[in-house]
Design a protein around this ligand. Structure first.
Ligand code: SF4
Ligand code: SF4
Length: 369
């Protein structure tokens, strides 16, 4: 495998410096591939309606700079995602993207139509956004964030947004409690879409209980780019002080022979201290007959904060297992049905859900150590 290049740069949201930096990175990775008339689809992270200071969505100025670069090469540019909650219009308004892109000749639209793509065993055909599949070039713009289910959401995970609408929770349900299987699905989706390059917005990143409102914004002041998403994601995890293989998408990519042994890193790698990631406990292990009991008593579960919950309904609408019910004054979660996908935490607009490990789980984990 050819040695891939990862570029890391100090950056800020000052557009006068951000734009030339993004142009330089985009030019390095896809300057020779964008031609006049090319259909370029830019896929930021537009998870939910949120202002940029919450670090939930890719910053609109990063999107703008990439769009301007593609336009400068004569491309036809589309900016799309499939949000997990709220309307696309609301996401564009609250993120500031609609305002920031005003006046640019770009098409901004939600992924709606899907096409079937055969990603091989064990999933075979999955439906992915037609626009992303049929683009001449796909540019991947993730936000650097923690993720309660997968530990981190970076380049590979960002492309799950190319699964349209409610197909996302369906896939969560199909992969169930098996995080390895979900990671494999993410790697397969990446391989089907083959982004031409990935630029991670880590200027204002997120640590703690991400990727939604329960996470904590943290200023890192960096962007990282790569043509090989697996190399880029693994490098980024290492930079944050993590074992890259503790993130299952990286490990899966490694098992599939996608992770290069050697990477050329260009730029000064910052020392990031104390970056907080969510605890990821194994969901189940040992004999199958014990998995149900283990899941109930040992594995982190979503816990509602009654004081913060506004009974808005986002969590129970999205829950793939239909495990959340509303009673008169609060929500209840059926932990036997819950598959621990943590989507509810991700979509809750009021940070009213968090992942909490049962006491028995904590004690058991200490014992295992
Ligand atoms: S937990 Fe969050 S998403 Fe669910 S109803 Fe309450 S506020 Fe809404
Ligand atoms: S309750 Fe939350 S964690 Fe459990 S299945 Fe539903 S969305 Fe997933």
């Amino acid at each position: 495998m050819q040695k891939p290049t990862v570029i890391i740069r100090q950056a800020s949201y000052d557009y006068a410096t951000l734009k030339p930096l993004v142009f330089e990175l985009a030019d390095f990775y896809c300057g020779d591939r964008i031609r006049a008339g090319s259909r370029v689809v830019i896929k930021p992270n537009l998870l939910a309606p949120a202002s940029p200071d919450k670090a939930i969505v890719t910053h609109p100025l990063v999107v703008k700079a990439v769009a301007e670069y593609a336009l400068s090469r004569g491309a036809r540019v589309q900016i799309s995602d499939s949000q997990a909650m709220g309307s696309f219009r609301k996401v564009l308004a609250e993120s500031g993207l609609a305002e920031t892109l005003k006046g640019l000749a770009v098409e901004i639209r939600e992924f709606r139509e899907s096409v079937e793509v055969d990603v091989g065993e064990p999933f075979r055909k999955i439906e992915l956004a037609r626009d992303a599949v049929q683009a001449d070039l796909l540019i991947n713009l993730p936000k650097l964030k923690t993720h309660t289910q997968m530990r981190m959401t970076l380049g590979v995970k960002n492309l799950f947004g190319c699964v349209v609408g409610m197909r996302k929770p369906e896939w969560h349900l199909r992969t169930g409690v098996n995080r390895e299987l979900f990671a494999l699905l993410l790697v397969k989706i990446h391989d089907a879409l083959k982004p031409c390059f990935t630029l991670i917005d880590g200027i204002l990143a997120m640590e703690g209980q991400g990727p939604g409102r329960s996470g904590t914004p943290r200023e890192l002041g960096i962007v990282a780019a790569g043509g090989n998403t697996f190399a880029l994601d693994s490098f980024t995890c290492g930079m944050l002080g993590m074992d890259p293989l503790s993130v299952l998408t990286n490990k899966t990519a490694g098992d599939m022979g996608h992770l290069p042994g050697d990477v050329e890193v260009v730029g000064n790698v910052p020392v990031v201290k104390g970056f907080r990631t969510p605890d990821i406990t194994p969901l189940v292990f040992g004999p199958a007959m014990l998995h149900g009991v283990m899941r109930r008593h040992l594995v982190q579960r979503p816990l509602p904060d009654e004081a913060a919950c506004r009974l808005c309904g986002e969590c129970w609408k999205y829950c793939p297992a239909r495990a959340i019910k509303r009673t008169e004054q609060r929500i209840t979660i059926d932990y036997d049905t819950c598959i621990r996908c943590y989507c509810c935490i991700e979509v809750c607009p009021h940070a009213a859900l968090r992942a909490e490990e049962p006491l028995l789980g904590k004690a058991f984990r200490r014992l295992r150590r």
